[in-house]
Design a protein around this ligand. Structure first.
Ligand code: NAD
Length: 501
């Protein structure tokens, strides 16, 4: 968890009041209402109040936006532009994001309740860096010539899919959008982006910044709206070539089914997790392990797909480690997300708050031992806050060990042997991330190979760089975000045979 940002604008609440968030969809370069005229209330979890009313787009809006995206794509308005020019536009887009740093950070914090220090120092820079990195790749990635022999030339070229639907969640609204937009736009696609109904504001602002940066109208369209209406219509649309989705596993399965029932569009899924964080008896310095393990579950209020939500610790170091994790967690009392000193903000909405508290009740009911937290906090603010919570004595069959909570709740289990640690770590339907703490090189390599997950962090947690792929095994997803591997989601491979005889 990064330190609170050194903000030059200490009066964030006054700035928040002065901000008039926008709530109209962006289609063909214009801010438009939903065709039905319907809107929905966008509430802030900071204080439970309505921020603004937002266009409630549905199937008709999806038809309109997909038609625009198709027309733009076929006209070559973006894909046919010289790579160097497209690079310049994406770099200007990234610069525009940085220039709007405070506005975007404020919108993100008001919309989802994350601490303003994190929005400023993590979300905005990571969004800009992602766009910049994929922009830079546009004129640096080459296609292939296959080693077929002298009688023929076989070219293997990547082409954009065409029209891409991007459906993203609310926990990192801007970053998740950028992980799709960066490679999708770099590859030359036209995009219809559907942000979560819980966090539509920064996606709308990003589309405006993209237009200002020179992205042709119609290449990036943003439709706020609900999953079962706008999201479903996008996933089922016969003229959408691919869906890039981040969200829950349950929704991911629905999207796969809709793709199968419609036009067999390409589907990539970044779904949920229940990630193990394995601490061996020979782990490095316990203070360091405790700090990283606490941040692995409490950063972003635990609303992290990769959260280290299952601490699997050798019985000989468990008590000492839990004592230290509790000490770190006590520094993380939930606070006002607009206060730059706050490290733990609000849960995204009342439904998610109820879900998290429900899991805490389930943990108690199933016999896990509550060693820290367990309660709602700051109720008088009108917002939705939960204190860092730790359960010890968690059995692998308990709901808090099996289901993704997506809140600041840590489930702790112990082991005696390495085999037992691996068995516990792999006892999950998910396989997104895992932590391993050991001072033995061979143990680190053995565990990194044995654990079934898309990412393994050794003696760290949540290490991050745009150059490395991110995604899951099993029901955590299909495909990878970030790095050049992300282009697999947004391009078709074409083989061109040329007879040389
Ligand atoms: P969600 O599945 O409820 O919603 C995600 C998106 O899908 C939203 O835009 C929503 O409107 C849309 N949607 C919902 N129902 C739909 C339907 N029937 N058809 C089409 N679209 C639909 O998930 P969420 O609560 O917004 O996000 C939390 C989940 O996201 C967690 O499970 C978390 O692990 C996951 N996540 C994964 C990653 C990753 O990289 N693997 C990253 C962040 C979040």
């Amino acid at each position: 968890m990064p330190a609170p940002a050194d903000t030059e604008s200490p009066d964030w609440p006054a700035r928040a009041r002065a901000l008039v968030p926008r709530g109209r969809a962006i289609v063909d370069g214009l801010a438009v209402d939903a065709l039905s005229g319907q809107t929905f209330d966008d509430l802030s979890p900071v204080d439970g109040r309505v921020l603004t009313r937002v266009a409630a787009c549905d199937a008709a809006d999806v038809d309109r936006a997909v038609a625009v995206a198709r027309r733009t794509f076929e006209a070559g308005a973006w894909a046919a532009r010289p790579p160097r020019e497209r690079k310049r536009v994406l770099l200007a887009f990234a610069e525009g994001v940085l220039a709007a740093r405070e506005e975007l950070a404020l919108l993100e914090t008001l919309d989802v309740g994350k601490p303003i220090g994190d929005s400023l120092s993590v979300d905005v820079p990571a969004t800009a860096h992602c766009l910049q990195w994929f922009g830079e790749a546009i004129d640096k990635v080459y296609d292939e010539v296959a080693p077929t022999g002298r009688d023929a030339l076989a070219l293997v070229v990547r082409e954009p899919l065409g029209v891409v639907g991007a459906i993203v969640p609310w926990n990192f609204p801007m970053i998740m959008a950028a992980w799709k937009l960066g490679p999708a736009l770099a590859a030359g696609n036209s995009v219809v982006l559907k942000p979560s109904e819980k966090s539509p504001l920064t996606a709308l602002r990003l589309a405006e910044i993209a237009l200002e940066a020179g992205l042709p109208p119609g290449v990036l369209n943003v439709l706020p709206g609900f999953g079962p209406t706008a999201g479903q219509a996008l996933a089922a649309h016969p003229d959408v070539d691919g869906i890039a989705f981040t969200g829950s596993t349950a929704t991911g399965k629905r999207i796969l089914a809709l793709a199968a029932q419609s036009n067999l569009k390409r589907v990539s899924l970044e779904c949920g997790g229940k990630s193990p964080n394995v601490v061996m008896a020979d782990c490095p310095d316990l203070d360091r392990v405790a700090r990283a393990s606490a941040f692995a579950i409490f950063f972003n209020q635990g609303e992290m797909c990769s959260a280290g939500s299952r601490l699997i610790v050798h019985e000989s170091v468990k008590d000492a480690l839990l004592e230290r994790i509790a000490a770190v967690a006590r520094e993380l009392a939930p606070g006002d997300p607009l206060d730059p000193r706050t490290r733990l903000g609000a849960i995204v909405d009342e439904a998610q708050l109820t879900r998290v508290l429900g899991y805490i009740e389930a943990g108690r009911g199933e016999g896990a031992r509550l060693v820290l937290g367990g309660s709602r906090r700051r109720e008088e603010s009108g917002g939705f806050y939960v204190e860092p919570t730790v359960f010890d004595g968690v059995r692998a069959d308990m709901r808090i060990a099996r289901e993704e909570i997506f809140g600041p709740v840590l489930a702790v289990a112990t082991f005696r042997t390495e085999e037992e640690a691996v068995r516990l770590a792999n006892d999950s339907n998910y396989g997104l991330a895992a932590g391993v703490w050991t001072t033995q090189l061979a143990t680190a390599h053995r565990l990194a190979r044995a654990i079934r997950s898309g990412v393994v962090y050794v003696n760290c947690y949540d290490a991050d760089d745009i150059t490395v792929p991110f995604g899951g095994f099993r029901q955590s997803g299909i495909g990878r975000d970030k790095s050049l591997h992300a282009f697999d989601k947004f391009t078709e491979l074409k083989t061109v045979w040329i007879d040389l005889t």
